[in-house]
Design a protein. Structure first.
Length: 254
């Protein structure tokens, strides 16, 4: 069965990047920013509250310490420093989750760190050991260090497909500094192809294999709500019926 996730809580201070509440009805998992690429205590708390209201599960979306670059620039850090940076961010989010009686559902590296962990076994190992400690799975790309290293170290792995990003000829993401608007129906068709056939058309025009257990719609894509709605509708036969946490919201009654 399939889930739909989105990166959320990515405002800062008086600035708001996306309409997280409008997205909540169409997703089952929220990757909440933990303060190093975006967010702050107020945004984090509000995002967790929204997730609880809509019955959406919450995971930690941790990053390299790069507020100005939105976590989408590579950095060189020791594994010890990276370990502590990640634990620090998870701890911040977990404080709000604990106060609202919500479990930590998963981990997901953000931006440049996501790409670095896909190709660097040491970085992936650091993340895997942290995930094993918290006993939650990590979202990542199949066929990369995300899958091989996380599993080798006893961490759960959830293969993720991106509705609004391109893939290169090796099946790796084309990560950009900003996200352009994506046609919702085109995104939904790509998602269905990934889920039902395990393929996506890459930038060089040929299909490459992918595995999709959770689908990501980025909240900072300009038309993210329309994309999430279209993807949700297309995936109705495949969505996990037990995905939502018990809550007050029911999409059928909206």
């Amino acid at each position: 069965m399939i889930n739909i996730n989105s990166d959320m809580g990515e405002g800062f201070g008086i600035y708001k990047l996306s309409d997280d509440e409008a997205l909540m009805p169409f997703i089952t998992e929220a990757n909440v920013a933990c303060g190093f690429h975006a967010s702050d205590p107020n945004h984090m708390k509000r995002t967790v509250e929204l997730a609880k209201q809509y019955g959406v599960k919450v995971g930690a979306h941790f990053s390299l310490p790069d507020l100005q670059g939105f976590g989408r620039r590579k950095m060189q850090l020791s594994q010890a420093e990276l370990h502590n940076i990640i634990v620090y961010q998870i701890g911040a989010l977990k404080g709000f989750l604990d106060m609202l009686g919500m479990p930590l559902n998963h981990l997901k590296p953000h931006g440049a760190l996501y790409g670095m962990a896909a190709s660097d076994p040491e970085i992936a190992e650091t993340i895997a050991l942290i995930a094993k400690h918290y006993q939650v799975p990590v979202f990542g790309l199949s066929g990369t260090c995300h899958e091989t290293i996380y599993q080798a170290h006893g961490a759960g792995f959830v293969p993720e497909f991106f509705a609004d990003l391109d893939y290169d000829q090796d099946g790796h993401l084309v990560i950009t500094q900003t996200h352009d608007a994506t046609d919702p129906q085109y995104a939904a068709q790509r998602v269905l192809k990934a889920v039902e056939h395990g393929k996506v058309t890459a930038t060089h025009g040929a299909d490459v294999p992918v595995v999709a257990q959770t689908i990501c719609v980025h909240s900072d894509t300009p038309n993210a709500v329309d994309i999430a709605r279209a993807v949700n509708e297309a995936l109705q036969p495949h969505l996990d019926p037990s995905a939502r946490q018990p809550g007050t919201f029911n999409l059928n009654n909206a």
